[in-house]
Design a protein around this ligand. Structure first.
Ligand code: SAM
Length: 273
């Protein structure tokens, strides 16, 4: 979890129920911060391998949308990618623009550069995944160094954790408040790695390549959100040209324009060997 002045970022995995904490969280934001309005919201996840193992309301995206709709009258639900294969669900706010009233909050949101790069990887290299087990590494610091995670975005202050008997989570922050967060499920039957950062850059090519070199996935999605003030806003043009990245071939690409953000979604698979 990352908390800043006007934002919460929550990332969970397994059979957690993150949407059930929304209402209490909004109450706390009002009680302790005086915030009464949600300026923007992004709830997203990849399709599950075994959705039936999840707990209500996370067994189906429709359930999640129904809950979110009770809290946000301006909510809008999307599915990007192939609905019968690998896809990515998103719920965000899509209010009707009010031409005559421009609130301070809306102006602030547009002026401030904001961007998010997320890479969700499956079918990972078993030898690399073995690093994230207590059999191969004594502690999280060793796993962070051995895997090269510390070199993806250098100079981060890292808080990392190696689970027993396997599994790894890290949160990193830079001095100027950017973050990186990586969560690893190394079990071969359902290996999964998520990577996310909000580091501003006019090109994400190098970071994407470093992440792929670090984890060597069989398949992955890349999503990038950027607002108009962001140096990242033209990254979609760069991704449009990337029919393949090294040994990974692009299978899907979609572009969306939301109220304050542009979004690009891409899905890549390793070439058959
Ligand atoms: C990367 S962790 C995700 C944990 C979650 N992000 C958190 O911080 O609680 C998931 C991996 O850790 C392993 N694991 C081991 N003990 C766990 C625990 N107590 N809670 C969650 N995951 C655990 C799972 O088997 C899986 O491979």
């Amino acid at each position: 979890m990352f908390i800043s002045k006007r934002r919460f970022i929550l990332k969970t995995c397994g059979t957690t129920t993150p949407l059930l904490c929304l209402q209490p969280l909004l109450l706390l934001a009002e009680q302790y911060g005086g915030f009464t309005k949600v300026e923007d919201l992004f709830y997203s996840r990849k399709n599950y391998k075994r959705p039936e193992l999840q707990i209500m309301p996370h067994q189906h995206f429709d359930q999640e949308v129904a809950l979110l709709d009770t809290l946000f009258p301006d909510g809008a639900a999307y599915c990007l990618g192939a609905v019968n294969k690998d896809c990515w669900y998103l719920y965000t706010l899509n209010p009707i623009p009010k031409k005559t009233i421009i609130s301070d909050i809306t102006t602030a949101a547009c002026d401030e550069a904001d961007q998010t790069l997320e890479i969700l990887m499956t079918d990972l290299d078993p030898e690399i995944m073995a690093i994230f087990t207590k059999e191969e590494c004594l502690n999280a610091t060793e796993a962070t160094k051995k895997s090269g995670i510390d070199k993806i975005i250098p100079n981060m202050v890292i808080d990392d954790f190696l689970f027993e008997p396997c599994g790894y989570s890290m949160n990193g922050v830079t001095k100027n408040g950017c973050y990186m967060t990586i969560h690893i499920t190394p079990e071969p039957d359902f290996s999964y790695v998520s990577f996310e950062t909000n580091i501003p850059s006019s090109s994400y090519r190098e970071i994407i390549q470093k992440v792929l070199d670090t984890f060597n996935p069989g398949k992955f999605t890349v999503t990038i959100f950027a607002n108009q003030a962001s140096p990242t806003k033209d990254t979609s043009k760069e991704l449009l040209l990337l029919n393949h990245i090294g040994k990974w071939q692009r299978r899907d690409i979609q572009l969306c324009n939301f109220k304050n953000y542009d979004l690009i979604y891409t899905f890549y698979c390793r070439f058959p060997s």
